[in-house]
Design a protein around this ligand. Structure first.
Ligand SMILES: [Cu+2]
Length: 175
């Protein structure tokens, strides 16, 4: 049983997914968007899967790499991108919640040291039942998803174009 647990851990680490048998929560593909070294705020994204028969509620996230961490949702209101703080996030039984650019994100405030692509950020996800889950998020340039909330960086839109080219090529190969 212990060996199985070790093998499962290795599997999840290799596929960049984290699971907690304790409460049936699985985290997929956590990543932090790289920002200029002077940035005071970064955003983390991930997918939360709930394999349990009960709703799970994420109440907070902590990281030793940041002074403060908040749960946020980006929205477009009357053509303006806004961010609202979210107190908790419910993950329905056998449901999933996706944190992605332009929508839900984990707001990482005041980095202890500047982070760059390739670095790892450890995050602790806390749930309302007192349980928690430790994960590592990769710092990356972009997730390839269009981000309406942080669209003011001209260099960044060039990255987006490069990425969508890459995706198109991949699709051609698939056919
Ligand atoms: Cu935010």
């Amino acid at each position: 049983m212990k060996l199985l647990a070790t093998l499962l851990t290795l599997f999840f680490l290799a596929s960049n997914a984290w699971a907690s048998a304790q409460h049936g929560i699985e985290i997929h593909d956590p990543w932090v968007r790289e920002a200029p070294p002077t940035a005071r705020v970064l955003a983390a994204y991930l997918q939360l899967h709930n394999h349990d028969d009960k709703t799970r509620t994420l109440v907070s996230v902590e990281s030793p790499a940041f002074k403060r961490v908040e749960l946020h949702r980006s929205e477009e209101k009357e053509g303006m991108a806004t961010m609202t703080r979210v107190a908790k996030i419910m993950i329905a039984a056998h449901g999933k919640v996706i944190f992605e650019p332009g929508s839900l994100h984990i707001m990482l405030i005041d980095p202890v040291t500047p982070l760059k692509a390739g670095d790892k950020v450890s995050l602790t996800l806390r749930f309302n039942d007192g349980s928690s889950l430790d994960i590592n998020a990769d710092v990356r340039r972009s997730g390839g998803v269009k981000d309406k909330a942080h669209h003011h960086d001209p260099d960044h839109s060039m990255d987006m174009q490069k990425e969508s080219h890459g995706d198109m090529k991949k699709h051609e190969h698939d056919h």
